[in-house]
Design a binder for this molecule. Structure first.
Ligand code: 3AM
Length: 193
């Protein structure tokens, strides 16, 4: 099983992202149902490792929060743009959540991830030999943003690689801690015990 841990995105947010997917020839855009924010790539594991990971992910405590998507950008590899992504308005909270998930993965017996974590939503990827001019696309979509939305769970995904690209299947969902609201201010978290 090829696994990863990610935040799913609401339907209306994925619809907004789908509006960004066009206008560059010769690239493969991510299918709207596949948009997500990867928190931890796990890789190929057996049932035992997956069970241990699931147990530790279920013990993660982190308060639910709100965020919006904001901006687009690129990642480069060996001097070539290799993907375009959409960004987030609160990257630090995603980094904090990913740190809890990283700790859970390490408790489950996985090696600590050494690559720097840069939260993003992949929109498309390029092959290095076919790099179109993406300047106009970036200029046109630079001010992309969405309304804020609630993040109340994260998910364990299985990636199945096929001819038409990867298909993602949710294996399990993990609820974030609910806030208790007194008036307008969230001052405590619900005790789920
Ligand atoms: O969220 P995105 O689409 O950017 O690129 C893969 C994808 O990222 C990444 O894990 C996500 C779900 O497949 N990925 C694939 N192989 C990886 C690896 N060996 C990897 N991330 C880190 N190391």
């Amino acid at each position: 099983m090829r696994l990863f841990v990610a935040l799913p995105l609401p339907t209306e947010i994925r619809a907004s992202l789908a509006g960004l997917c066009g206008g560059i020839a010769g690239t493969r855009w991510i299918e709207p149902e596949n948009f997500h924010i990867t928190l931890r790539f796990i890789g190929d594991v057996g049932r035992g490792e997956a069970d241990d990971l699931h147990t530790e992910l279920a013990s993660v405590r982190f308060p639910e929060f709100e965020m919006a998507l904001s901006g687009i950008g690129t990642f480069e590899r060996r001097g070539h743009v290799h993907m375009i992504w959409a960004g987030l308005d609160r990257p630090q909270i995603i980094v904090d959540l990913r740190d809890r998930i990283e700790a859970a993965a390490v408790r489950a017996g996985f090696q600590r991830e050494s690559r720097k974590f840069k939260p993003h939503i992949t929109l498309c990827r390029f092959k290095s030999h076919s790099m179109p001019d993406i300047g106009p696309y970036l200029a046109m979509n630079n001010d992309f943003s969405t309304a804020a939305f609630a993040v109340d769970h994260f998910s364990l995904y299985q990636s199945r690689l096929g001819h038409g690209g990867a298909r993602y299947e949710v294996l399990s969902q993990y609820r974030l801690e609910q806030r208790v609201y007194y008036g307008d201010d969230a001052v405590a978290f619900a005790d789920r015990s």
